[in-house]
Unconditional design. Structure first.
Length: 99
């Protein structure tokens, strides 16, 4: 086994996955953002907003989304303090009616 086989094929990128109204506002279900190392969740949110600045609704929806980094909810953690590693997936989950 070589060292290369231990690497996640997404190294150097963070996948942002949008659900429900966030997906509709973005016009896509995900974005892949290039990163050179760990980056704060707040920076990823800023970059997502910038990538979809042509959709005013997207910024509005994103502001009320719950977020998960991998399988861990961000909950009340300050996004400026949450580090996201290359190869991770961040889920943006808007509030759902009836749930």
């Amino acid at each position: 086994m070589t060292a290369d086989s231990d690497h996640d094929p997404r190294d150097g990128r963070v996948i942002l996955r949008y659900w429900a109204s966030a997906r509709a506002a973005a016009g896509t279900d995900s974005d892949a953002l290039e990163v050179t190392g760990a980056v704060t969740l707040a920076e990823l949110v800023r970059r997502a907003r910038q990538a979809h600045e042509d959709s005013p609704r997207f910024a509005e929806v994103l502001s009320c989304c719950s977020m998960m980094v991998g399988d861990r909810p961000v909950t009340t953690n300050d996004p400026e303090q949450v580090l996201v590693q290359p190869g991770a997936t961040v889920e943006f989950l808007p509030p759902f009616a009836g749930g």
